[in-house]
Design a protein around this ligand. Structure first.
Ligand SMILES: NC(=O)c1ccc[n+]([C@@H]2O[C@H](COP(=O)([O-])OP(=O)(O)OC[C@H]3O[C@@H](n4cnc5c(N)ncnc54)[C@H](O)[C@@H]3O)[C@@H](O)[C@H]2O)c1
Ligand SMILES: N[C@@H](CCO)C(=O)O
Ligand code: NA
Length: 436
């Protein structure tokens, strides 16, 4: 009988504890699928004394460096998160001949190229399905199933925490803070939830998705990123009035001159668009490609057990490769497409602002848009005379304007000019719009 495959697990938190449970409880099933038994030989943790039901304390160690330095490991699963020591631990594991599985998008968004090259040079696997959109198979479809096609755009909801918060604010009228606390309690949020609410987690995933989709390397700092902390109750109400829902979107597309636009921002999504109905911690991703056309992937984007499902899919795949003595190389990026500046990106925008109530003001506002080649699609006016303070400020009406497709740089000039005009209030709000 062949020897078991030796597995080390780094981290036994929300995801790691679920991965440990599956490896320890589902041994015979996993063995049948792999053709070899998996043996969990060590679990790297921060605190030995924490309560870990079902886990033999003899497996635990706080010395992660020594664990990954073992020469007899077949697979190292990294679920501690963060950049260091995760990066060094993975590179050490690879250098010692282990294949690696990680869910660490923060690390992969910057170091995927280096880790891939190290794995390729050593002839071992690097798999990371759980790093993007939790349980949803999206890394493998982009890396394998669609690699014979040409992808033109990827757009989706890739952060469960923010989708949970926005959904709760809209459907239950919850406060931002209460909804965030629930998302943390349910195990969706990052160790530091700023990464979720400021869009950094989604931006890391967008970098990974863009790199995979367009066969290039995209770094996290090349992703335009705006989170949901600036989304106001007024924005939510304005979206509702326009028949839209606010979602945090990650978007990656190719420009006409073959560069990559990659961005994360809240957007008003038309209620008729399937992304508008994605609720709770669910994620969804649309892919457009030349031959396949439109594809949509939907499922749980966060949470211990759903994420462990994606990790275990990678573990079984990597274990099968080890059993056969092979590794499925990702291959270096085959294109060197550059990332285009956000100013060159195009979107529809919803711009809202207070105006004084005088003859000709609507025309003057429309003129500012027109002067910069920005075409208007919908114009709404609501009367604010009854609003507290409206008379004192002199701004008695609020305009809401939805544009046709507009370059970011042109819209920025329009907003600047509106803010400078004495007939427009200083609170000029801008939301991007999708699917309208
Ligand atoms: N929770 C989710 O829904 C989810 C989904 C997809 C991906 N991820 C990713 O999975 C990884 C783990 O996430 P999590 O939610 O399980 O986080 P977590 O904070 O619950 O677990 C991480 C564990 O690693 C331990 N740890 C951290 N640094 C350590 C070190 N240097 N030495 C020993 N132990 C250390 C922590 O004590 C903690 O128990 C992260 O990269 C995260 O981004 C999480
Ligand atoms: N914090 C992340 C976990 C999944 O990557 C989220 O909320 O989507
Ligand atoms: Na995934």
């Amino acid at each position: 009988m062949s020897k078991p495959l030796k597995v080390a697990l780094l981290g036994a938190g929300v995801v790691g504890s679920q991965v440990a449970r599956i490896i320890l409880n589902e041994g015979p099933t996993l063995e049948a699928r792999i053709g070899r038994r998996l043996e969990l030989v060590g679990i790297g943790v921060r605190r030995l004394e924490a309560e870990r039901p079902g886990i033999d304390p003899a497996l635990l160690t706080t010395d992660l460096e020594s664990l990954v330095a073992r020469k007899d490991l077949d697979i190292v699963i990294e679920l501690i998160g963060g950049i260091e020591p995760a990066r060094t631990l993975l590179l050490t594991a690879i250098a010692n001949g282990a294949s690696v599985v990680s869910a660490n998008k923060a690390l992969l968004a910057d170091d995927l190229g280096e880790l891939s090259r190290a794995a390729e040079a050593k002839g071992v696997d690097l798999y990371y399905e759980a790093a993007v959109a939790g349980a949803i198979p999206i890394v493998r479809p982009l890396r394998e199933s669609l690699v014979g096609d040409d992808i033109t755009a990827v757009m989706g909801i890739v952060n469960g925490t923010t989708n949970y918060i926005l959904d709760k604010m809209v459907s239950d009228g919850s406060s931002f803070d209460a909804a965030l606390a629930e998302a943390q309690q349910l195990g969706y949020a990052e160790a530091d939830p700023t990464a979720d609410v400021e869009g950094h987690d989604a931006a890391a995933k967008a970098a990974i998705l863009a790199g995979l989709a367009f066969h290039t390397e995209v770094r996290r700092d090349e992703v335009f990123c705006e989170g949901i902390t600036g989304v106001t109750e007024d924005d939510i109400a304005a979206a509702e009035q326009m028949g839209c829902t606010i979602k945090l979107l990650a978007i990656a597309k190719l420009t006409d001159d073959d560069r990559v636009i990659v961005k994360v921002h809240p957007a008003m999504v038309a209620n008729k668009h399937p992304l508008a109905t994605v609720s709770g911690a669910y994620n969804a991703i649309f892919v457009n490609s030349r031959e396949a056309g439109e594809l949509m992937f939907l499922g749980q984007g966060a949470g211990g057990a759903p994420t462990a499902s994606a990790v275990m899919g990678d573990v079984v795949t990597v274990a099968r490769n080890r059993h056969r003595g092979t590794a499925s190389h990702r291959g270096s990026s085959s294109s060197s497409r550059a990332v285009a500046p956000i100013g060159e990106s195009e979107a529809q925008f919803y711009v809202s602002f207070d105006v004084v109530d005088r003859p000709g003001i609507l025309a003057r506002c429309a003129g500012i848009f027109g002067d910069h080649g920005v075409s208007l699609r919908v114009v709404q006016q609501s009367y604010l005379a009854d609003r507290e303070g409206a008379d004192a400020s002199g701004f008695a009406a609020r305009l809401g304007v939805m544009t046709h497709l507009t370059r970011e740089s042109d819209l920025a000039v329009v907003v600047e000019e509106l803010r400078r005009s004495d007939f427009v209030g200083s609170d000029v709000r801008v939301l991007r719009v999708e699917g309208f």
